[in-house]
Design a protein around this ligand. Structure first.
Ligand code: COA
Length: 332
């Protein structure tokens, strides 16, 4: 079996910048509260008619394809992670495929929320390991801003999320000491409704009713304290799992790229793992939590900023709705 490696990475964020001060005009919140509790200063919101989940994914994908030194026509498969697809169905993978003009290759959609990108990466890795495919495009893209409650009722959730997209191209590695060393995926459906959007859903006679439009059920509901508690234990656990599997310790990590859930969660992981701040990627102040897009955007910026070099040990980790959590250990 051969390893896969990240041959190229790229990201795209919408132009529209929305600051905490902008949100103060919509709901009872404050720049100070948001910064203190989350570390977020601003985030990007899509513009209708310009950005879609699939076309933002395509913008990030074009950069990743270019960085990998291949053509879109060389791709063998698309794996698209999102919780905010363009349509209820079909998934955004086929829309991105159409946008890139690469007909007939398979397009798979992944719905694992904040862990979606790491799940998608793991799936792509298996296809390359077995020799079935050579170049797989892995995308995470989200538009949260069209589905948030901007009244004071929704302030505990709405201030956290932002829009954006990131992508990588996975290709075969020249050596088995390099590339993706292992991936680790977990879920616990016990907590499914603790961070969820419940309506519209297929489990009611009418998927969407007038009553729903006035209720909270069409917006993300989050038990923030419970999510926080689980996140700070699952992140270190799944990072340790990846290190142990490969005979490494936390001090061997050159760059940890965690899902950007909340700066306080990232700081906690950093302390728990005993890592210096410069070995933990953080860009939540600029983009908020972009769910499936957050790991590839952070990875793309880390590469762009020269913070990941050839031969570095890079760890990706995520936790989110489901609950789901996951990690990937990579020799760059
Ligand atoms: N602005 C101002 N006040 C707000 C607010 C906002 N945007 N959102 C909530 N509040 C208020 C609450 O109403 C509450 O007021 P009360 O004490 O009068 O009832 C107070 O702030 C404290 O709320 P609480 O929910 O206890 O705050 P917290 O310290 O737990 O922080 C989160 C809230 C959401 C930031 C925190 O729970 C968290 O980060 N959870 C994890 C979220 C996450 O990472 N989700 C993504 C997972 S992938």
């Amino acid at each position: 079996m051969r390893n896969s490696r990240i041959a190229g990475v790229g990201h795209y964020v919408p132009e529209r910048v929305v600051s905490n001060k902008d949100l103060e005009k919509l709901m009872d919140t404050s720049d100070e509260w948001i910064r203190e509790r989350t570390g977020i200063v601003e985030r990007r919101y899509f513009q209708e008619g310009i950005d879609t989940t699939s076309n933002m994914g395509a913008q990030a994908a074009r950069k990743a394809i270019k960085a990998a030194g291949i053509e879109a026509s060389d791709l063998d498969m698309i794996v698209f992670a999102t919780l905010s697809p363009d349509y209820f169905f079909p998934g955004s993978g086929v829309l991105l495929q159409r946008e890139l003009g690469i007909k007939e290759i398979p397009a798979l959609d992944i719905r694992n929320q904040c862990s979606g990108f790491v799940y998608a990466l793991s799936i792509a890795d298996q296809f390359i390991k077995t020799g079935m495919y050579n170049h797989v495009l892995v995308v995470g893209s989200e538009i949260h801003s069209s589905g948030l409650d901007f009244s004071t009722r929704g302030r505990g959730v709405s201030v956290i999320f932002g829009d954006g997209a990131g992508a990588v191209v996975l290709s075969p590695s020249e050596s088995n000491d390099k590339g993706i060393l292992s991936t680790h995926l977990h879920a616990d459906g016990e907590f499914a409704e603790e961070l969820a959007v419940l309506d519209p859903g297929s489990n009611k006679n009418a998927r969407l009713t007038h009553e729903m439009l006035d209720s909270e059920s069409i917006y993300p509901q989050m038990n923030g304290n419970l999510v926080f508690k689980h996140a700070v234990s699952r992140f270190p656990e799944v990072i340790q799992e990846a290190l142990q599997k490969n005979g490494y310790q936390a001090s061997d990590i050159d760059m940890l790229v965690p899902h950007q859930a909340n700066l306080r969660i990232t700081s906690y992981i950093q302390q728990k793992m005993g890592l210096p701040a410069d070995k933990v990627m953080s860009n939540i102040h600029k983009y908020g939590n972009t769910t499936a897009a957050s790991v590839p955007i952070a990875l793309s910026e880390a590469v762009e900023e020269g913070r990941i070099k050839d031969g570095d040990l890079v760890c990706l980790a995520a936790f989110g709705s489901g609950f789901t959590w996951a990690s990937a250990l990579i020799r760059w």
